[in-house]
Design a protein around this ligand. Structure first.
Ligand SMILES: Nc1ncnc2c1ncn2[C@@H]1O[C@H](COP(=O)(O)OP(=O)(O)OP(=O)(O)O)[C@@H](O)[C@H]1O
Ligand SMILES: [Mg+2]
Length: 347
């Protein structure tokens, strides 16, 4: 069994199944094969930081790491840092200083997913990498976001363009105190009007100005956002992206993985992989207890794992099995799983 390396490799799955550990070990297996690898985690829990021994100041910055003499680049996503990079690259300094955008680009501020795509796209454009491995947060949220991208796109395409054509015709003097409440009042729907009226009452007048300015600056950076969004075509493409849906024997919930796949039917193409982590089959085959209750325990564990595999194999085109590593040390887990990836003949 071999797995062809693609430009992008995405790991997703529910909480605690081993996404970060498997993504890290996959990245190391590829780097040990001489590929130029960037490992990005958009998981705000940042376990990768501990796994790779990264310091606090490495957050949001591409950092070269070395594990067992294998070198690769790693990036712990920080939406704020991505905004700063975008501002620099697109020469829109206000993007990084506007207080509304600052709030939106906090780790749970709502722009996390879109900024992750923008970041991945920017890193891909740098041409420095053969493969970008993406470790996503737990749950289907990221997949739901990808599924909903069309809506965001049409927002940029239609609503924004309308609004900004209007602003553009009103003034060429962006950034100054020229966009009063009056202008926005005339062009937007009554719901938003009510909201802005409310905001004006409960906040200071500067807030409304910051708000309008935020919308404007986001629009100025729209090419970067749209380019980030266009990454979806690559992620959908069989030749450019490997999808790894991760689940674990420990959790034993085949249904969760099946539901996860259903969340992104338009994204996860047919060549995806179901990764079943923490398999006990190998260890179990070497365990021959004498005691009756232990025999029963073994039979029960064996039975559960077999049943799970049966369901998964009937629901997914390829099931990759990874063993439970008998250690409490996460670094051991990574090292052991790296070897397992290598046994899948990384091409
Ligand atoms: N094959 C394995 N054998 C033993 N332990 C493992 C294995 N894979 C992962 N682990 C351990 O399980 C725990 C959870 O793994 P990990 O953090 O990679 O999961 P995750 O899916 O990324 O979690 P989250 O959803 O919180 O991001 C960690 O302690 C990790 O070291
Ligand atoms: Mg994780």
């Amino acid at each position: 069994m071999s797995i062809i390396t693609k430009s992008f490799e995405v790991f997703c799955g529910t909480g605690g199944v081993g996404k970060t550990t498997l993504a890290t070990s996959r990245a190391l297996a590829q780097a040990s094969n001489g590929l130029r690898v960037l490992l990005i985690t958009i998981d705000p829990a940042r376990r990768l930081k501990d796994l790779l021994g990264l310091q606090g100041d490495a957050i949001g910055v591409v950092t070269e790491v070395e594990v067992n003499n294998i070198k690769l680049d790693a990036l712990l996503m920080s939406p704020e840092k991505t905004i700063q990079r975008m501002a620099k690259k697109n020469n829109t300094p206000d993007l990084a200083t506007n207080r509304i955008i600052k709030i939106l680009s906090r780790p749970y501020g709502g722009m996390n997913e879109i900024l992750s795509l923008v970041e991945v796209q920017m890193q891909f454009d740098s041409g420095k990498y053969d493969v970008i491995v993406l470790d996503t947060p737990p749950g289907a949220h990221f997949l739901d976001f990808l599924e909903g991208l069309g809506k965001i796109k049409s927002f940029f395409d239609q609503s924004f363009i309308e609004l900004f054509n209007y602003f553009g015709s009103k003034t060429a003097n962006a950034g100054k105190k020229v966009f009063g409440f009056g202008i926005i009042n005339r062009v937007i729907s009554s719901g938003v009007k009510k909201l802005l009226g409310y905001l004006q009452n409960v906040t200071d007048a500067n807030f409304i100005e910051d708000f309008i300015r935020a919308v404007q600056v986001i629009y100025q950076s729209k090419d970067a956002f749209l380019k980030g969004l266009s990454l979806q075509d690559r992620l959908k493409s069989k030749s450019e992206c490997n999808w790894f849906l991760v689940t674990s024997v420990e959790q034993g919930k085949a249904q969760e993985a099946i539901e996860m796949k259903a969340h992104a039917t338009h994204f996860i193409h047919q060549d995806h992989f179901l990764v079943l982590n923490k398999c006990l089959e190998q260890e179990m085959s070497e365990w021959n207890p004498e005691q009756k209750n232990l025999k029963a325990l073994k039979a029960s564990l064996d039975g559960r794992e077999k049943e799970l595999k049966k369901i998964l194999k009937s629901s997914f085109p390829v099931v990759l099995e990874f063993p439970e590593v008998m250690s409490l040390d996460p670094v051991e887990h990574v090292n052991n799983l790296t070897n397992k990836w290598k046994s899948y003949a990384v091409l």
